[in-house]
Design a protein around this ligand. Structure first.
Ligand code: APR
Ligand code: MG
Length: 223
């Protein structure tokens, strides 16, 4: 087992721990962007209330419900549909990384994240997107919107590299990359190139942020 990973049973045996369950929903698709770039797979993530990208799901108390029933309950709030999640959809459990400036922790008890992956039919995924934006109770509040992950790379490098350079909650970026490899959704060489390019985009974003910050300094002086 990779370092930091826990067996499901080990994770459940931790009495003082909090548990969070999240799922990556995906389907195959024959759709092409601009009629020429194969999209191949629809992979769903969400823009969270805290401005970070993450997967649908949330906190579950294993003393009150199974991890899978809790995840299904969270999905009904965030997506508007109680999708059935089974133990076979479980991919990994691990301790969440220490909190970062963009996601400070409000509790001292350790958080264990349980990650699931569920393949669906394309029409079911489209239904999830429709319902999530129309009837889900969390829409516009805890969930600002569902997003698809672009898995292709365009001529100028746009696509997956740009997506991966955004900010993610906890270890959601690693969960995404691991799942893309594990379920053969992107070739490892393409993923390696995309991540290398993401680092360059990230360096450019720092300059961009400094320029934006300078704008606020000018405003402050004028006031
Ligand atoms: N990796 C690591 N930690 C994660 C990940 C991830 N991929 N995704 C989410 N988390 C963390 C969050 O930072 C949070 O602390 O797991 C915890 C629960 O996940 P959420 O989806 O944010 O929880 P949810 O039950 O949907 O509730 C939303 O309401 O009570 C508040 O602040 C609380 O974040 C919580 C929010
Ligand atoms: Mg949530």
């Amino acid at each position: 087992m990779a370092s930091g990973q826990l067996l499901r049973a080990e994770a459940l045996a931790c009495s003082g721990c909090r548990h969070a369950c999240h799922v990556m929903l995906y389907s195959d698709t024959k759709t092409q962007l601009f009629g020429r770039i194969p999209i191949r797979h629809i992979v769903l993530m969400q823009m969270r209330f805290d401005g970070l990208l993450g997967f649908p799901g949330g906190l579950v108390d294993p003393l009150e419900e199974t991890l899978e029933a809790g995840l299904s309950r969270e999905l009904s709030e965030e997506l508007g549909l109680a999708l059935p999640i089974v133990v076979e959809d479980h991919v990994e459990s691990r301790y969440a990384p220490a909190s970062s400036p963009s996601s400070p922790s409000s509790s001292s008890s350790r958080l264990i994240t349980h990650f699931y992956v569920k393949m669906m039919e394309e029409e079911q995924i489209r239904e999830v997107e429709r319902v999530a934006a129309s009837t889900a109770t969390d829409h516009g509040q805890e969930v600002l919107g569902m997003v698809r992950v672009p898995l292709y790379t365009m001529k100028g490098g746009g696509g997956l590299a740009s997506f991966l350079s955004h900010s993610f909650i906890g270890n959601a970026r690693s969960q995404l990359v691991d799942s893309l490899l594990r379920f053969n959704l992107v070739a490892s060489g393409d993923l390696h190139k995309a991540l290398t390019h993401s680092l360059k985009i990230h360096a450019h974003a720092v300059d961009d942020l400094r320029a934006a910050l300078a704008l606020t300094e000018v405003q402050k002086k004028q006031l």
